[in-house]
Design a protein. Structure first.
Length: 105
């Protein structure tokens, strides 16, 4: 079966104008329903939902840095755990905005 609960405590930190750090905790053990294989992190520009991107990390990782994002751009991000059967329930989408380029004075 697939995980019946999403990863917990998803948090996002803006690292700069083109990168963000996404962190989370694993879903409750009794909700995984099989062997946890890893996590899918999905994201898209709020202004263009068709711009979706996805990255996958193995089960030992509880964070990922998303790079090459648009500068000063709003994104929505969610995380889901997966087993060999498929993806579980995704976390609630979180909205984040990348930073502006720093300006030299």
């Amino acid at each position: 079966a697939v995980p019946s609960q999403p990863p917990q405590f998803v948090d996002i930190t803006v690292l700069g104008s083109q990168s963000i750090l996404v962190t989370w905790k694993r879903p409750p053990y009794d909700s995984i329903h099989g062997v946890l294989r890893g996590y899918h992190i999905r994201y898209y520009r709020v202004s263009d939902p068709q711009s979706a991107g996805e990255t996958t990390v193995d089960r030992s990782r509880l964070n990922v840095t998303l790079r090459k994002l648009g500068k000063f751009t709003s994104y929505r991000v969610s995380v889901s755990a997966f087993t060999s059967v498929g993806d579980g329930v995704p976390s609630a989408e979180m909205k984040i905005k990348t930073a502006e380029d720093s300006k030299l004075q």
